[in-house]
Design a protein around this ligand. Structure first.
Ligand code: 5AD
Ligand code: SF4
Length: 454
């Protein structure tokens, strides 16, 4: 029997940045317990799937992959399989009933228990299932990222989780059920984590939460609607010397108040690129979605930001084919998207999630209509981004150097303050994390090419 410290783990992540960040933190825990990581599944002693439940498609994909590991286990009896994260939380022990080759199941609030669960599987061949949320979970994985020691350490940017869970209960969304109620981390703890990341060479922090604009470490008391603890947090982080950039995702439009708008505009390290999920441009659909704002309110946030800072770029999430969505509702979304001129948008086809309010409504928009609407919005987006990218040729941006491009390692990529990825030929002595002036020489619908200004 192998000891925990002799084991190699393979970790596969599905879904959002929150999950990626959880996986980073989980990997750090496992490395700290003496295990090593492998990217090659067939070399692993333990395979862990960190799953997503937001859409049925994401669950189906993960279930398919987990199913395949049954064959691997036939040849290697000692192989350990773990399923963790949102789908683990949602399905719980039924996962082991349906797939008896799975050894442990850990929900989103129990990730800190995984080293113990692996030990039980190794030493006692014991299967375990841990789900649910309690107060101990925050301490568990929140702060462990600064101990991160995997290969990603080289990148100049790091995620910081500032809160967990969600209280918004958008009618289509499973997140409040699988990630529990909102819990914000104390401000001091976040600032300390940022300081230690900056000490280890990080230049950009990416603040994560299901609704970062609702960040509220004193959530017990009634909040003044004009206040914004998140804006206070941005101010504190902005004053860290050695930190160049602050990004965040995702804010809810209902919490993006005037205090937050003025913080974003006045703090130089806060990037000029905002991801603000709109979900729909139809007020009727927004009401059915339990999103407490109107299309006009959304547009007024965008115009207040854009009027003061024309460089600012925007991205969003949209759901097409929500129950009862008519052509007219869809056209309202299409028109809102044209008005804003997003630089990126994640378009999702509505997928009913059992247990949510919207799952009680008939899923009455045919899949072919959902697909058409999805395609139309993506085509609109591509042509408007192509037009705007053309206008950037000749302009100079300060880019944070990320490293060799994934497609062609002779070229490097950098990212502008307003989140444009720029591809360029590197110069001698260049390192990830450098800030360089780059002039744009060519553009396509998806990419900007540039040259370093000496
Ligand atoms: N169907 C389709 N898309 C969904 N999202 C959340 N729940 C669903 C669902 N049931 C989308 C929303 C959210 C993003 C993370 O996923 O647009 O912002
Ligand atoms: Fe889901 Fe809405 Fe919370 Fe986002 S804000 S996680 S869409 S409930």
């Amino acid at each position: 029997m192998k000891k925990l410290s002799e084991c190699r783990f393979h970790l596969r992540t599905y879904g959002c940045q929150m999950n990626e960040r959880d996986s980073d933190a989980l990997a750090a825990e496992l490395l700290a317990a003496g295990m090593s990581r492998t990217e090659i599944e067939s070399e692993a002693d333990i395979i862990i799937f960190n799953t997503c439940s937001v859409r049925e498609q994401a669950e189906r994909k993960a279930l398919g992959k987990i199913g395949i590991t049954k064959k691997l286990k036939r040849d290697r009896e000692d192989l350990i399989i773990g399923v963790v994260g949102c789908m683990a939380e949602r399905i719980g022990s039924e996962l082991i009933d349906k797939m008896p080759h799975v050894d442990f199941v850990a929900g989103t609030g129990k990730l800190h228990m995984i080293p113990e669960m692996i030990k039980d599987a190794l030493e006692k061949r014991k299967k375990s299932v841990e789900t649910g949320h309690d107060d101990s979970e925050c301490a568990g994985l929140f702060g462990s990222l600064s101990r991160r020691s995997d290969s990603k350490q080289q990148t100049p940017s790091a995620f910081i989780s500032i809160m967990r869970g969600c209280n918004c209960f958008c009618s289509y969304c499973i997140v409040p059920y699988v990630r529990g109620r909102e819990k914000s981390r104390p401000m001091r703890e976040i600032v300390d984590e940022a300081l230690s990341l900056v000490d280890s060479g990080v230049k950009e922090v990416f603040l994560l939460g299901q609704n970062v604009a609702g960040y509220d470490p004193d959530s017990g008391r009634k909040r003044d609607p004009d206040a914004s603890p998140f804006a206070e947090l941005l101010e504190k982080l902005n004053s860290i010397s050695g930190l160049s950039r602050i990004r965040f995702t995702s804010p809810h439009p209902a919490d993006f108040n005037a205090r937050l708008i003025s913080a974003v505009l006045s703090l130089p390290k806060v990037c000029r690129s905002i991801h603000l999920p709109v979900q729909s441009g139809s007020d009727r659909i927004l009401r059915l979605m339990n999103r407490p704002y109107s299309a006009d309110k959304y547009l007024s946030i965008i115009s207040r930001l854009k009027d003061s800072c024309p460089e600012m770029t925007f991205s969003t999430d949209v759901i097409v084919g929500f129950p009862s969505e008519t052509d007219e509702d869809f056209l309202a979304t299409r028109s809102l998207m044209k008005t804003v001129g997003f630089d990126n948008a994640f378009i999702f086809k509505y997928s009913p999630r059992s247990g949510t309010k919207a799952a009680d409504l008939p899923d009455d928009v045919p899949i072919s209509v959902k697909e058409d609407r999805n395609r139309i919005l993506l085509e609109d987006l591509a042509s408007s981004v192509e037009e705007r990218n053309k206008m950037l040729v000749g302009r100079t941006f300060e880019a944070l150097v990320e490293g060799p491009s994934k497609r062609n390692s002779e070229r490097w990529t950098g990212r502008s303050d307003n989140n444009k990825v720029i591809i360029f030929d590197p110069c001698v002595g260049i390192t990830p994390g450098d800030l360089l002036q780059i002039v744009i020489t060519r553009s396509t619908a998806t990419t900007l090419y540039g040259k370093i200004l000496q």
